[in-house]
Design a protein around this ligand. Structure first.
Ligand code: OGA
Ligand code: NI
Length: 340
């Protein structure tokens, strides 16, 4: 049976042709070194000013960082991981009931990135869930494993609180009012991608996810503690971000790059796969309200700095993003003001 998804429980002995990247696009895994100095920010620190300063520094120089003592309970994280593994272990027929290639569906299992648009596939299956408001979406979530809804719901609530708190720090670090970002983004949406990367027979020839930036405002990533795979582009080089116990990886999405007038970068990142172990990651995305009007923050252009981006609604951006393929020009480039 040609099962659409790759998490079918059957070990793949060779990489199908449709996953093989042309020579020039391959990950060149032997050239990737470990990122030694990923900022790890302790959110349990009592001095707010210090947190803000560290976050500002990390955003300006790296575009991503990790947080510890972040307030999301170990139990919530453990249960999230457990039900995510449980979901991907379900019989393939059961999982396929949720399969869809339509990005506008609010609960769906899919594979690769955007099957309808891409030419080469990626070695990933993912469960994509809309998570806010919870009452609206929880009923359509999977009901297997039995504790799925309850565990994911709890995780989503805690992660949302963390994300909103980080947005305050980011705003302050830009010299904006603490609530500036929250006010501009409006009632924010929240989405989740539970990514599952099965063992891959030829990891040098393909990706779990090719290099991309996240189209939303802020991403909170929970990485598998035992299997590395996340890499970020820094100074033109791909670096591996190895998992840190009890930490989340935070990265700025395209919308905060626009809002910061390009001061903070939505960092390029990718996921690579490996031969022997499946890898799981849970990405939570905070997204502006679809009606939110995104533009460089006024206080950042008052000194005469040009606004790098034009104003647009998030709906406009999101539609543009999903109508394309990850390999194309950066989506945000299409929203730049013409230089006078
Ligand atoms: C994503 C993503 C990275 C990972 O889902 O947008 O970048 O490590 N995931 O799975
Ligand atoms: Ni991403």
């Amino acid at each position: 049976m040609d099962t659409k998804v790759i998490s079918s429980g059957v070990k793949h002995s060779n990489l199908p042709e449709s996953y093989i990247r042309p020579e020039s696009e391959r990950p060149r895994l032997s050239e990737v070194s470990e990122c030694e100095d990923v900022p790890i920010i302790d959110l349990g620190c009592e001095k707010r000013g210090e947190i803000v300063q560290e976050i500002g520094e990390a955003c300006r120089t790296f575009g991503f960082f990790q947080v510890i003592n972040h307030g999301v309970g170990v139990e919530a994280v453990r249960e999230m991981t457990e039900v995510a593994h449980g979901f991907f272990k379900l019989p393939v027929e059961e999982k396929l009931k949720l399969y869809s290639e339509d990005p506008s569906k609010t609960t769906r299992l899919s594979t690769s990135f955007n099957v309808r648009k891409e030419t080469v596939h990626n070695w990933r299956d993912y469960l994509r869930l809309h998570c806010y408001p919870l009452d609206k979406y929880v009923p359509e979530w999977p009901s297997s494993p039995p504790s799925f809804k309850e565990s994911v719901k709890k995780y989503c609530e805690e992660v949302r609180e963390l994300g909103l708190r980080i947005q305050e720090y980011i705003g302050e670090s830009l010299g904006l009012e603490k609530d500036y970002i929250k006010n501009v983004l409006g009632e924010q949406g929240q989405h989740m991608a539970v990514n599952y990367y099965p063992p891959c027979p030829q990891p040098e020839l393909t990706y779990g996810l090719p290099g991309h930036t996240d189209p939303n405002a802020l991403t909170i990533l929970l990485q598998d503690l035992h299997v590395a795979g996340l890499q970020v582009l820094k100074d033109g080089k791909w670096l591996a971000v190895n998992p840190h116990p009890n930490a989340f990886v935070i990265n700025i999405g395209d919308q905060l790059q626009a809002l910061s007038n390009g001061l903070y970068k939505s960092v390029w990142h990718r996921a690579v796969v490996n031969v022997d172990k499946p890898r799981l990651s849970v990405a939570s995305f905070l997204c502006p309200n679809v009606e939110a009007l995104i533009s460089p923050a006024k206080p950042l252009t008052e000194d005469g700095s040009e606004a790098v981006y034009r104003g647009y609604t998030y709906a406009e951006y999101y539609n543009k993003f999903w109508s394309r393929n990850l390999d194309q020009e950066h989506c945000l480039e299409l929203f730049k003001n013409k230089r006078s």
